[in-house]
Design a protein around this ligand. Structure first.
Ligand code: NIG
Ligand code: ZN
Length: 414
């Protein structure tokens, strides 16, 4: 364990308003950060040993002007670049096998998305070995780190049997994923198509029991507009059972059309309701009322990949809704792991300022996961830093498509 001084930071965005310039971004120029209890070189940030705790990646011990920085064991210069908190991707489906590129191509010629393609990923995921699934997951986590993401939520939902759902969550825990979500209620699998109630009983009974030890969160795809997903009554039953089993709640709601998902999430005090593409005035009112509890997580990569209208982020922010942005990285509606891409879409297409978009992928994502140790760089925060090869955070959207963001690797191989 060592103390590392990260210095020569041209612009430091702490997302901690009590630091820096007094703005919500907490910006300092010519800054430095001291990180303590950073694991020694060679230690892996992502362990694959069952039962091992997730390694402590160290924490922020000091933030200030580079000229005033205290001494440390090691010094790391970022050469005048911009540093921001590691991105928090609070909605992703990284545990899947198979390919649905043809479905995307068909959609670009006019085929609508209705959730039916999920069955293709389910078949491929069930057929994959544990080793294959773990490799796929770790590759995707590393792909995210290479684009600046240091915290990611991972859902089940492509197994849809007791064994396959529990396996997905167990493997995610083995890979060191802290934010694991049980999504047995992703769609009704084909073998239960004429027996929906039986599937809901399976999800809320034996499947939940097998998955709960490996899951922090319970989720449901509440979408009456899709024959594959769950209506309001089914979703309520799933969420109540998850809560009873000790899981905290999050909801896929209002993606494909108007429906009860948003209001259900607010009523049940879910941490987040995700998508929010189709909102009624009553939905917005519910989100305003729940702003201290329930975050609206917007997933604009989905609108991009399904040619759908973008949610009105400007209206939500102006109304006082708590807003996060995430990738929803998944094989159907958005096979992008890139938070910078999401930031660029939010700024260009959804009326968010570059500052609001950065807050939504840092503090917003942390709030959607009820975490206060990530998404900012205040003293005590986790040592998760992302370096932008740019003079300012504005370049995240200004230089869309250019790979300027990467998580700072404090523990390179020995
Ligand atoms: N909407 C439900 N689930 C995913 C899509 C899953 C898929 O099509 O494979 C989503 O969040 O968009
Ligand atoms: Zn999703």
């Amino acid at each position: 364990m060592t103390a590392v001084l990260v210095t020569d930071i041209g612009q430091l965005v702490t997302c901690s308003p009590e630091l820096g310039d007094g703005s919500p971004l907490g910006v300092l120029q010519d800054a430095a950060v001291v990180l303590e209890e950073v694991p020694a070189a060679g230690a892996s940030a992502y362990r694959m040993i069952e039962g091992e705790p997730v390694p402590d990646r160290g924490h922020v011990a000091w933030v200030g002007r580079a000229a005033d920085a205290p001494a440390a064991d090691e010094v790391l210069s970022v050469g005048g670049r911009c540093v921001v908190p590691g991105f928090v991707d609070s909605h992703a489906h990284l545990m899947f096998a198979g390919d649905r590129g043809e479905e995307f191509a068909a959609r670009m010629t006019g085929q609508p998305y209705d959730g039916g393609g999920i069955a293709v990923s389910v078949a491929a995921t069930r057929a994959a070995s544990d080793e294959e699934l773990l490799d796929l997951l770790l590759d995707r986590v590393l792909e995210m780190r290479a684009q600046g993401t240091t915290t990611v939520e991972v859902k089940s939902g492509y197994g849809l049997t007791v064994e396959d759902e529990a396996r997905a969550l167990r493997l995610a825990c083995e890979a060191g994923i802290e934010e694991t979500t049980f999504l047995g209620a992703h769609v009704v699998p084909p073998e239960f198509r004429s027996r929906r109630a039986d599937y809901v009983s399976l999800v809320t009974g034996p499947m939940l029991e097998a998955c709960a030890p490996y899951a922090v969160w319970g989720d449901v795809f509440c979408e009456p507009a899709s024959a594959h997903a769950f209506d309001g009554d089914e979703a309520r039953a799933v969420l109540l059972a998850c809560r009873e089993a000790g899981l905290e709640l999050r909801v896929h709601g209002n993606q494909l059309g108007h429906g009860p998902g948003v209001q259900l999430a607010c009523e049940l005090e879910a941490a987040s309701v995700d998508h929010c593409t189709y909102l009624s005035p009553a939905d917005v009112d519910a989100l305003v009322g729940a702003a201290g509890t329930t975050t609206a997580t917007l997933l604009p990569g989905v609108e991009f990949s399904t040619r759908s209208p973008y949610p009105d982020a400007r209206a939500l922010l102006d109304a006082g809704v708590s807003v996060a942005l995430a990738t929803d990285c998944n094989p159907g509606t958005c096979y992008s792991s890139s938070i910078p891409f999401v930031v660029a879409l939010a700024v260009r297409e959804m009326g968010m300022t570059p500052a609001e978009a950065l807050l939504a992928v840092t503090l917003g994502g942390a709030r959607a996961l009820r975490r206060n140790d990530v998404g900012h760089l205040g003293v005590g925060a986790r040592a998760d830093l992302t370096v932008l090869d740019a003079p300012s955070y504005v370049h995240l959207s200004y230089r869309a498509g250019v790979p300027i963001a990467t998580a700072l690797d404090l523990t390179p191989p020995a």
